[in-house]
Design a protein around this ligand. Structure first.
Ligand SMILES: CC(C)(COP(=O)(O)OP(=O)(O)OC[C@H]1O[C@@H](n2cnc3c(N)ncnc32)[C@H](O)[C@@H]1OP(=O)(O)O)[C@@H](O)C(=O)NCCC(=O)NCCS
Length: 153
């Protein structure tokens, strides 16, 4: 059965938590994970469903009439590299574009940090045509370099 993308829908926080907790190499800081779960309550969310069960999600933070951000996204590890992340991104972009959004942003760990998992995440965003705009050494106040990536929709 093919993966189905639904959204924007109200956040199902339980499903998002299950997916984030399945990705400890990316969301291993408990405080940050709980903050994400709080943040996404009021955000439009897209889910990827396989046999009716959520295997991935993407939450959107709308900044202005013209700009929005992928606040957080994740796909269950066993479903990586099957096109699910790309399908979630495409669905979110289509929705935002039809609502007049021109700039989509995402913030992720910058390349001056040696983490190999986030090197994969940056590659993923590059394949989705995001451009690396700027790295800020300590944007989150946790000593981690933050890369701002942007895409013109
Ligand atoms: C980033 C993430 C959402 C991508 O989801 P995905 O379903 O695996 O992505 P796709 O299958 O659509 O990948 C599309 C392309 O991106 C690139 N890509 C994706 N993950 C990659 C990785 N780990 N390393 C290198 N390239 C990667 C590949 O070119 C891939 O195409 P290919 O498999 O045909 O080579 C997923 O890896 C994930 O959940 N990561 C952990 C959480 C995270 O980093 N979230 C983003 C920060 S908020």
């Amino acid at each position: 059965m093919p993966v189905e993308i639904v959204g924007p829908v109200d956040t199902n926080v339980q499903d998002c938590e299950r997916i984030l907790r399945a990705l400890p190499a990316y969301f291993g800081i408990e405080e940050a994970l709980l903050q994400y779960l709080k943040d996404i309550v009021d955000m439009p969310v897209f889910f990827a469903l396989l046999n009716g069960k959520s295997i991935g999600f993407l939450a959107i933070n709308r900044h202005t009439k013209l700009s929005a951000e992928i606040h957080v996204m994740g796909v269950l590890p066993e479903e990586h590299r099957k096109g699910v992340g790309g399908a979630l991104t495409a669905a979110a972009e289509q929705y935002l574009k039809s609502d007049g959004v021109k700039i989509l942003e995402v913030k992720t760990l910058g390349e001056s940090h040696p983490d190999k998992n986030y090197a994969g995440t940056r590659k993923f965003y590059l394949t989705q045509d995001f451009l690396p705009l700027e790295e800020i050494p300590d944007f989150w106040g946790k000593g981690l370099p933050t890369l701002f990536m942007v895409k013109h929709l």
